[in-house]
Design a protein around this ligand. Structure first.
Ligand code: GLN
Length: 546
């Protein structure tokens, strides 16, 4: 039977709970304990797929095609597992299920209530994941902050679990913030005391408190939290802000968290081995030469909207012993007459995914700039569609070439709705989602990157390359380097006569891992790092005859 670790957050959101959960997974996995992870999102949406990236950040897509919270991306990258739809539970899903059951008559005669029906449905999801994953430990993160109205049924459900599966099988971890007061130069514990009180009001006494702060906490502060919150002194763990998130598992391990969890849950464990992880962190913290990459997107004000893309770039740079100098360009800014100046120093251009017409012309301009100036270009999903639009305008000699997403009546609809999307009216969960196969053609840049012919990648789109235009663009120099095995869909395209302009209809960023960069990102950086741009100084020739 699985054991459960429930992780709640206190004081403020964005305190690093997701990274903490991912790191707990890492340190358990490195003790040869099998783990699975689940994120509970108390909002009423069924999934984040219909939310604006400004509201929610990136939507992370699992292999089985679920649109999920971006924390799942961190779980996958840290624990190196491929999760499924079962790992993200929202209030929307829970209430939809309870109401569907009520309509079916499953509760005939009963009054449907938050306790026990809603909490029962939540607990069912915990148990379902435990069953399907067969993990020794299931780590469950409760989204939001203790005290949120929407979070109450979830807290009540995790409280009940201690009785349901036995006290010895459940651990409560509270991640909280210790604010620093510069006037008195101290970290304050009072907000943490209050949030633990709030938890206790719900019947939950935390076993471990992880203290996020900008500075390490002193012994005195630990004693105080231990005393007021009734937690053993060694179970008050300090987690100061660090330069790379990948260092968090090492810090928690050093603080004794792994041993504490193993003994509290009486787990069978091997000695921890974090050597691979230490290697990655050492590489990330070393100073390297930088590669300047420009990300041209429409949601760039919120970096979390491109979370996995940014991580994948860092993984790829680490492979080449480089650091990324990532320039974020709002695509609308490129639409100005002098917009191209924003690209003058870049060594590589990346256009990520997105929806809707705003900023599209700026992205097209970026693709044109990359093509004309032979700057490496990586297009992801929308980024591929933009590359096709730009190339079609050049090849067909008409600026009217477009996607029907942005111009329904264009005479050159080079990107159009997938046929199976034409009848779709519901917006939620109806895109082409999750893993699909892609056959790469020999000798293409894409095939060289992957080193194999058949690959599976994660998708999230409604529009596709319009096959009517395949031959005309091919004649002008476009190569269809990846197709669906039935050859119906263009999955990867690239340009002949260009050092590296490669785009894909899928989202390779979701498959990248620290220490195992995605091949397309790896080769994109591999080419970009050798590009010399304005202001860059080429190495001087060292010749004795000079
Ligand atoms: N809007 C485009 C489509 O639906 C691209 C989607 C994306 O970039 N994820 O096909």
């Amino acid at each position: 039977m699985s054991k459960y670790i429930f992780v709640t957050g206190g004081v403020v959101s964005s305190v690093g709970k997701g990274i903490t959960v991912a790191s707990v997974g890492t340190i358990l996995k490195n003790r040869q304990i099998t783990v699975s992870v689940q994120k509970l999102d108390p909002y009423l949406n069924v999934d984040p797929g219909t939310m604006s990236p400004y509201q929610h950040g990136e939507v992370f897509v699992t292999q089985d095609g679920a649109e999920t919270d971006l924390d799942l991306g961190n779980y996958e990258r840290f624990i190196d597992v491929n999760l499924t739809a079962e790992s993200n539970v929202t209030s929307g899903q829970i209430y939809s299920e309870v109401i569907a059951k009520e309509r079916r008559g499953d509760y005939l005669g009963g009054t449907i209530q938050v306790v026990p029906h809603v909490t029962g449905e939540i607990k069912e999801r915990f148990k379902r994941l435990a069953q399907s994953s067969q993990a020794e430990v299931v780590i469950i993160e409760i989204g939001g902050t203790v005290g949120d109205i929407e979070g109450q049924p979830f807290l009540e459900a995790i409280r009940q679990m201690r009785n349901d599966v036995g006290r010895e099988n459940v651990l409560y971890v509270h991640v909280t913030l210790l604010p620093y007061l510069s006037s008195t130069q101290e970290l304050k514990t009072k907000p943490t005391q209050h949030s633990v009180n709030e938890l206790r009001r719900m019947g939950i006494q935390p076993d471990i408190i992880i203290c996020r702060s900008d500075y390490p906490i002193s012994e005195g502060t630990r004693d105080k939290i231990s005393l007021f919150c009734d937690v053993k002194q060694q179970a008050v763990i300090s987690l100061p802000t660090v330069s790379t998130i990948y260092e968090v598992p090492l810090i928690l391990e050093d603080a004794g968290l792994g041993q504490l969890i193993v003994s509290q849950l009486s787990l069978k464990a091997e000695p921890p081995d974090l050597s691979q992880w230490q290697e990655i962190v050492r590489g990330l913290k070393e100073c390297h030469e930088t590669v300047t990459i420009t990300l041209v997107g429409k949601y760039v004000e919120l970096k979390d909207a491109y979370y996995s893309v940014r991580e994948a770039l860092h993984h790829a740079a680490l492979y080449h012993n480089k650091d990324i100098n990532l320039l974020w360009v709002q695509s609308e800014d490129l639409e100005r007459d002098d917009g191209e100046a924003l690209l003058r120093s870049t060594q590589g251009i990346l256009v990520p995914g997105g929806f809707g017409i705003r900023g599209i012309e700026g992205m097209v301009k970026a693709a044109r700039y990359a093509r004309n100036n032979k700057i490496p270009y990586l297009g992801l999903c929308l980024g591929m569609q933009v590359m096709v639009i730009e190339f079609a305008r050049f090849a067909l000699g008409s600026e009217k070439a477009n996607s029907t997403e942005f111009n329904a009546t264009t005479p050159y609809p080079v990107i159009d709705l997938l046929p199976e999307q034409k009848e779709t009216t519901n917006k939620g969960g109806t895109m082409r989602l999750g893993n699909y196969p892609c056959q790469l053609i020999d000798d293409s840049q894409a095939a060289k990157a992957y080193g194999q012919g058949l690959v599976y990648e994660r998708h999230r789109h409604r529009f596709e390359f319009n096959n009517e235009f395949r031959s005309r663009l091919q004649e002008a120099g476009m190569i269809y380097s990846g197709l669906s095995p039935d050859e119906r869909l263009v999955e990867v395209c690239e340009l002949a006569n260009h050092p590296w302009m490669v785009s894909c209809q899928f989202h390779p960023e979701f498959g990248s891992r620290p220490g195992r960069p995605h091949p397309l990102f790896r080769d994109f950086i591999g080419v970009a790092k050798n590009v010399l741009r304005e202001g860059a100084q080429p190495p001087l020739p060292l010749s004795s005859s000079l």
